[in-house]
Write a protein that binds this ligand. Structure first.
Ligand code: DQA
Length: 147
């Protein structure tokens, strides 16, 4: 089988890792996250591409373009998790296996973080594990797609 192709999408303010609310999101920055994902993916024989945007429509475009090009999606929609039906609909439209990741444990945070729209189109959610959540998401997709 050819290498699995996974698109890893990160939403708004994930580019501010290392600067934003370090007590919640840690001291490592977005380039560290990309390096971590690429290294983990390489070990698993996955071809992972990382995309980050602060704009909802760009995230929708990225999901749409994944159709026919990628085997699965890992997504941390960040704040759009809790507001975006457009991202939910895009995930449903392409119907690729998708896994939701959050660096922090949103279940233990503010009320407004308790709803995840995107999560309704995802097979699995990893939260509160920091970078490790992305690794687990890749492992989950690899396992499911190798069957
Ligand atoms: C986040 C959690 C969201 O509630 C928040 O808006 C983010 C990051 C996380 O990775 O923990 O920006 O998705």
């Amino acid at each position: 089988m050819n290498n699995l192709r996974i698109l890893v999408i990160n939403g708004p303010n994930i580019n501010m890792l290392g600067i934003r609310e370090k007590d919640i999101y840690g001291k490592t920055d977005y380039s560290d996250l990309v390096a971590f994902i690429e290294a983990q993916a390489a070990k698993m024989g996955i071809k992972a591409d990382c995309f980050q945007s602060n704009h909802e429509g760009d995230l929708v475009d990225a999901i749409q373009k994944a159709f026919g090009k990628y085997d699965g999606i890992v997504i941390n929609p960040a704040a759009y998790t809790h507001t975006s039906i457009a991202i939910l609909d895009a995930l449903k439209a392409v119907d690729l296996p998708a896994v939701e990741v959050h660096l922090s444990d949103i279940s233990q945070r503010e009320d407004f973080r308790q709803i995840s729209y995107a999560g309704r189109a995802c097979e699995k959610t990893y939260m509160g594990l920091g970078f490790e959540g992305y690794k687990k998401a890749l492992e989950y997709l690899k396992e499911g797609l190798s069957k």
